[in-house]
Design a protein around this ligand. Structure first.
Ligand code: MG
Length: 292
């Protein structure tokens, strides 16, 4: 099933997208629980509740405004660095140059603040040049945690997945590189486009799907999640070591090769550019980059 957060008639609602992808029908949730988007529904299901039925008429998908499935995550998104072999290689002389950690045994984990999240077609606002001149895209399959837990072993990890969504882990490379820690360069306002919805785990095998990204129609990234260095169960196991994961937590699984920084010379995003990300079995998001 595909569940989306959308606005219609001045209200934020949660709905189920029809199989043909043309319509969406609101779920029969308590009044106001749509304000947090899918978060309320995920918490309800994680607590043992059922997914409610739909209510009201089916609405044409192009007559509503899709929002990020979780418009404001309850806390920072977990993100994984260097998780495709080819991407690790393309950035070995830049982002990963001074990294001496044992990255073959343990993944790189950083986070993005919740307020960086925007919808699947919303504009990404470029910072002024004195803040950053090196804006880059990163297409990523993102795990949506269902049932929470701490110290989740990899054998049980997939039973904690509610579903999947897409994010663009937009990055200010100059800011990322000059600090010891990546959160600043990853967390600018509007730097986390998300959507178009959440596909439940029973409908998509996140461990075997295709991630692609186009800039102004040019294919830049194209990889299979079977090429992940650390697989989905490993990432859930890692992020839950000593830390309780909650329903609705998000783990962005890393980006394939083909980012702007990996090109010679690097090609940074400019105002007016459009970045489209598609994941097979999930859908696509497309965001235009604009000046402030
Ligand atoms: Mg990333």
């Amino acid at each position: 099933m595909r569940f989306a957060t959308f606005s219609h008639g001045g209200r934020r609602l949660v709905g189920q997208v029809a199989v043909d992808g043309r319509t969406i029908t609101a779920l029969d949730l308590p009044t106001g629980s749509g304000d947090r988007g899918m978060l309320s529904l995920i918490e309800r299901v994680a607590a043992g509740g059922k997914i409610p039925g739909t209510t009201g008429a089916a609405l044409a998908l192009d007559s509503v405004q899709l929002e990020a499935p979780i418009p404001v995550p309850r806390r920072n998104l977990w993100c994984v660095g260097r998780n495709y072999h080819a991407h690790a290689k393309e950035l070995s002389a830049s982002v990963f140059k001074n990294n001496t950690a044992d990255t073959t045994s343990w993944p790189i984990i950083f986070s993005k603040v919740p307020e960086s999240v925007i919808g699947p077609t919303a504009a990404v606002v470029m910072p002024p040049a004195e803040v950053s001149t090196q804006i880059d895209y990163e297409a990523e399959l993102t795990i949506v945690i269902g049932k929470g837990g701490r110290n989740i072993p990899r054998e049980k990890a997939m039973s904690h997945v509610f579903g999947y969504t897409i994010i663009n882990d937009v990055t200010a490379r100059d800011v990322q590189i000059r600090h010891q820690q990546w959160d600043l360069g990853k967390s600018f306002d509007t730097f986390c486009p998300m959507g178009p919805w959440i596909v439940t785990a029973d409908e998509l095998n996140g461990s075997d799907t295709r991630v692609r990204c186009w800039v102004n129609g040019d294919l830049r990234q194209d990889a299979l999640t079977t090429d992940l260095i650390f697989d989905l169960p490993s990432l859930i196991e890692t992020c839950s070591r000593g830390i309780t994961l909650y329903p609705g937590d998000l783990i962005a699984t890393g980006t394939p090769s083909g980012v702007g920084m990996g090109m010679t010379p690097p090609r940074w995003l400019q105002a007016g550019d459009s970045v489209r990300i598609a994941i097979d079995g999930l859908g696509e998001i497309e965001n235009r980059f604009v000046d402030a």
